[in-house]
Design a protein around this ligand. Sequence first.
Ligand code: NDP
Length: 236
Amino acid sequence: MSTDRVVLVTGGNRGIGRSIAERFVAAGYKVAVTARSGEGPEGTLTVRADVTDAVAVDAAFTEVESALGPVEIIVANAGVTKDTLLLRMTEDDFDSVIATNLGGTFRVVKRASKAMLRARWGRVILISSVVGLYGSPGQVNYAASKSGLVGFARSLTRELGGRGITTNVVAPGFIETDMTVSLPEELQAEYKRNIPAGRFATADEVAGVVAWIASDDAAYISGAVIPVDGGLGMGH
Ligand code: NDP
């Protein structure tokens, strides 16, 4: 397995993105993270970027390229929720979630693809969610943004699959991060009852799967949706 490749993880200052960055650092990759606030883990280069801003994304890539070299593995992880029932959902609740989760992925992957095409090698890894295909009340904006990543990955696989570039979706279930800690306790207990594994996962359990998709062992996997959800989304 090549371990000196250049990886960029969006939203690598906390949560799942931070664990993914830590995994890649431990395996010897050259790792950069984007963050709007805070810093990535030790051993990473932190660059500032809001993924809703194409100019900021471009500048962040340019900074990574001059410090570490062209990005070979892009992990589009930055994401937000703005949960509420459809009738209460504002235009901004909807648009801002789509602009970050789906639009942000478009911006970073488009920027990353240039160097990947030149190198005829690349790994595009999109962090979706079990709710993208399973659905979730109060999350039409979030679920739409996350299921959109599946069509994105499959179209990109058909566009770039012949150039040594794979595009895959990782669909985590409930992971212990700031995003889930803020859920009411009774809701957390109800979710756990529905998860065959009977528990939430750690962010590192997602990171391990992402690292494997980036490895040479996964070279023939593309356009796949890989669940890391303890069985919650089975069949979806
Ligand atoms: P956190 O809320 O812990 O972290 C979100 C990350 O995204 C932060 O680094 C944040 O940066 C970054 N981010 C948000 N908006 C932007 C933006 N506009 N531009 C740049 N960065 C941004 O989330 P998780 O670690 O839990 O989630 C990571 C990904 O995993 C998300 O895509 C999420 O949808 C997905 N996911 C999470 C699950 C869970 O159970 N936690 C389950 C399934 C999927 P900053 O700190 O600067 O705001």
